[in-house]
Design a protein around this ligand. Structure first.
Ligand code: NAD
Length: 260
C-alpha cells in the first residue's frame, strides 16, 4: 500500500515509537511532519529522513496547547498542501499508587494523552473534511487501552479513553471518508519504558530484572518486548488501508499479552 503524495503528521515523533512511525511512513512514500515538544530532536529526525531520500519537516508542537496544535497543523497544510494522516502518538508515563498520585500529575497525564488527541484530531479534521479526500486518524493506545496494571491509574484511564474517541471519530468521519483506529502496543523498549523500570522496581519492592520478566513481559506468549518496527508497520498498514471497511477498531501488537 503506497502512501505516495500523502501528508502524515506524527506527534511525539522525535523519539521512540513516533520516530519509527515517521520513518516508516516516509519509506512508504508519505511526506511526514515530525511534530514534537522537542524541536531540536524533531529537526534531527526530519534531517535524517531527508538524508535517506524521504520527505520530512519538523514542527514545534505541545499537544496540550490548542494554539501550538492549530499553528503546527496550519503550517503543515501551508507547506505541504494538506493533511491526510494523523498519528496522535505523543505521550508520557507517570507511575504511582492512587493514594500517592498527585492531582497535578493526573491532570498532566490526561492533558497530554486525551487533550492532545482531541486537539490534534479537531485541527486535522478541519482540513481533511475541507479537502473532500478524507483521511486516516491513528491513535497510539496501548495494551492498557484494554487491560489495567497497578500504579497506572491515569495512563490506563487515558488509554481506555482513546478507544471511545476513535469510535466517535469513526462514526462522525465515516460519511466524509475519515477512518479512525487505535494501535495498542505491549511494552516497547523506548525512553518512556526505560524510565519506568527503576521506578516500578522501587514502588513494587522488586528488582529491575523482575519488573521486566514478572511484570512487563509476564503475560506475553514468548517473553519478548514489542519492537518500534512492529508498531510502525501496524500504523503504516492502517494509514494506507484502501477502503473505509477498517475503522473504529483497535489493533493489539503485544506478543499475545492481550488477546481480543
Ligand atoms: P518516548 O518517550 O520515546 O517518546 C515520546 C515523545 O513524545 C518524545 O519525543 C516527547 O518529546 C514527546 N512529547 C511528550 N510530551 C509532548 C507534548 N506535550 N507535546 C508534543 N510532544 C510531546 O515514548 P514512546 O515509548 O515512544 O511512547 C509514544 C507513545 O506510545 C505514547 O503515547 C505511549 O503511551 C505509547 N505506548 C508506549 C509503549 C511503550 O512500551 N513504550 C507501549 C504502549 C504505548
Amino acid at each position: 500500500m503506497s502512501l505516495n503524495d500523502k501528508v502524515a503528521l506524527v506527534t511525539g515523533a522525535a523519539s521512540g515509537i513516533g520516530e519509527q512511525c515517521a520513518r516508516k511512513l516516509a519509506t512508504d512514500g508519505a511526506m511526514v511532519v515530525i511534530a514534537d515538544l522537542n524541536l531540536a530532536n524533531a529537526q534531527r529526525v526530519a534531517e535524517d529522513i531527508v538524508a535517506a531520500g524521504g520527505n520530512a519537516i519538523a514542527v514545534a508542537m505541545d499537544v496540550t496547547s490548542e494554539e501550538t496544535v492549530n499553528a503546527g497543523v496550519a503550517e503543515t497544510v501551508s507547506r505541504l498542501g494538506g493533511i491526510d494522516v494523523l498519528v496522535s502518538n505523543a505521550g508520557i508515563q507517570i507511575v504511582n499508587r492512587i493514594e500517592d498520585y498527585a492531582f497535578a500529575d493526573w491532570k498532566r497525564m490526561l492533558a497530554i494523552h486525551l487533550d492532545g488527541a482531541f486537539l490534534t484530531t479537531k485541527a486535522a479534521l478541519k482540513y481533511m473534511y475541507a479537502s473532500n479526500k478524507g483521511g486516516a486518524v491513528i491513535y497510539m493506545g496501548s495494551v492498557h487501552s484494554h487491560e489495567a496494571s497497578q500504579l497506572k491509574s491515569a495512563y490506563v484511564t487515558a488509554k481506555h479513553g482513546l478507544l471511545g474517541l476513535a469510535r466517535v471519530v469513526a462514526k462522525e468521519g465515516g460519511p466524509r471518508g475519515v477512518r479512525a483506529n487505535v494501535v495498542c502496543p505491549g511494552f516497547v523498549r523506548t525512553p518512556l519504558v526505560d524510565k519506568q523500570i527503576p521506578e516500578q522496581a522501587k514502588a513494587l519492592g522488586i528488582s529491575e530484572q523482575a519488573v521486566v520478566k514478572d511484570v512487563m513481559l509476564k503475560d506475553t506468549v514468548n517473553g519478548e518486548f514489542t519492537s518500534v518496527a512492529d508498531v510502525a508497520n501496524t500504523v503504516a498498514f492502517l494509514a494506507g488501508f484502501e477502503s473505509s471497511a477498517l475503522t473504529g477498531q483497535s489493533v493489539v501488537v503485544s506478543h499475545g499479552w492481550f488477546m481480543q
